[in-house]
Design a protein around this ligand. Structure first.
Ligand code: PLP
Length: 340
């Protein structure tokens, strides 16, 4: 396949052991009368795992080629990306600063605790909107430059054209495992934050000749922004991989109705989804990303969309450390469901 060869031309730092497991979940499958497969990117082996090591492997390689000695990024108080950028910087011997929103989940718990433990420079900004932190981060970048440092700015969620290559690679790895396990999914469920993961996996599957529908569960943005982001990353990735951007994208659907009131809102459906997965399989999901993706699948299943042995593939992109910052919400939910 052509993109596989082109991908080899891009430099990559080694931040995690791969492949991550592709697991068939027998109990959940029996319960829902489907064959449910989970790609376990929560098990990448950098500081409690998740999607970011794949992205950062390509992004930091670009930064290092330009001589960067300092990484700067942004996110919410419970940013998984801040945790994993900090860990990546430490692993590669770089300095690191994270500019975070002082939102309601700012207790020294979960991801934020780990960021402090790994010694990042933390700047807390009083805003609820962590998508608005770029100007603060760029100011810090300018200050660091004035001090003679070589900072590299990584945008929120770590999504850049080069970082998306990490999920081209992740998708190719998944396709290889599907082939080995003799499984062709009937549907693929993915998170949609900035859309980096979704766009890259969609492109890689289509280039490999797989045309099953893709389902993207937005965790924060309205549909118009999701579609705009998909266009943006699609164009950028096609350019890097020398693919005609007008090639058909096949069937895909994006959903905004599982977000709740806002990003990070622990929806009732998301909390129930966490309990369902944990109880059936002993696998932990989180209230911000993976729980919401799974709640999207469960809603479609409840509507009768998936019954009768279909093969469902879902990506577990990580995020589990956030459960400790949401402990009060999870406790209340356990009480509500009579489990505490
Ligand atoms: C656990 C987890 N899953 C998914 C995403 C979203 O990925 P993307 O922005 O590429 O859509 C993030 C982004 O921060 C994340 O932390």
């Amino acid at each position: 396949m052509k993109i596989e060869e082109t991908l080899q031309h891009y430099p990559k730092e080694n931040l995690t052991r791969t492949p991550t497991p592709l697991q068939h979940l027998p109990h959940l499958s029996a319960e829902l009368d489907v064959n449910f497969y989970l790609k376990r990117d929560d098990l990448t082996d950098l500081a409690l795992g998740g999607d970011k090591p794949r992205k950062l492997e390509y992004e930091i390689a670009q930064a290092k080629a330009k001589g960067a000695d300092y990484l700067v990024t942004t996110g919410s108080a419970q940013s998984n990306h801040a945790r994993l950028t900090t860990a990546a910087a430490r692993r590669l011997g770089l300095d690191v600063a994270v500019v975070l929103s002082h939102d309601q989940y700012h207790a020294i718990q979960g991801n934020l605790l780990t960021v402090y433990l790994m010694g990042a420079r933390v700047e807390m900004i009083s805003t609820e909107d962590h998508w608005d932190l770029e100007e603060h981060a760029l100011k810090l970048v300018a200050e660091l430059k004035a001090e003679g440092r070589k900072p590299h700015y990584i945008p929120v969620s770590g999504t850049t054209p080069h970082s998306c290559l990490g999920y081209i690679s992740g998708a190719l790895e998944t396709l290889k495992q599907l082939k080995e396990q003799n499984v062709v999914p009937d549907a693929v469920y993915l998170p949609f934050g900035t859309g980096g993961i979704f766009t890259a996996m969609l492109l890689a599957f289509r280039e490999a000749g797989f045309e099953m529908p893709f389902y993207g569960i937005s965790v924060n943005r309205s549909l118009d922004k999701c579609f705009a982001n998909l266009d943006k990353w699609w164009g950028a990735l096609c350019e890097l991989l020398e693919v005609d951007p007008s090639r058909p994208r096949g069937e895909y659907h994006l959903y905004e109705e599982f977000i709740g009131r806002e990003y990070g809102d622990p929806t009732e459906a998301g909390l129930d989804a966490i309990l369902t997965m944990a109880t059936a399989e002993g696998i932990l999901l989180d209230p911000v990303y993976s729980g919401k993706v799974f709640s999207g699948f469960l809603a479609h299943h409840a509507q009768g969309q998936w019954r009768g042995g279909q093969n469902i593939l879902m990506l577990h992109s990580g995020g589990v450390p956030a459960i400790f910052a949401y402990a009060d919400v999870l406790k209340a939910h356990l009480q509500k469901r009579g489990r505490l």
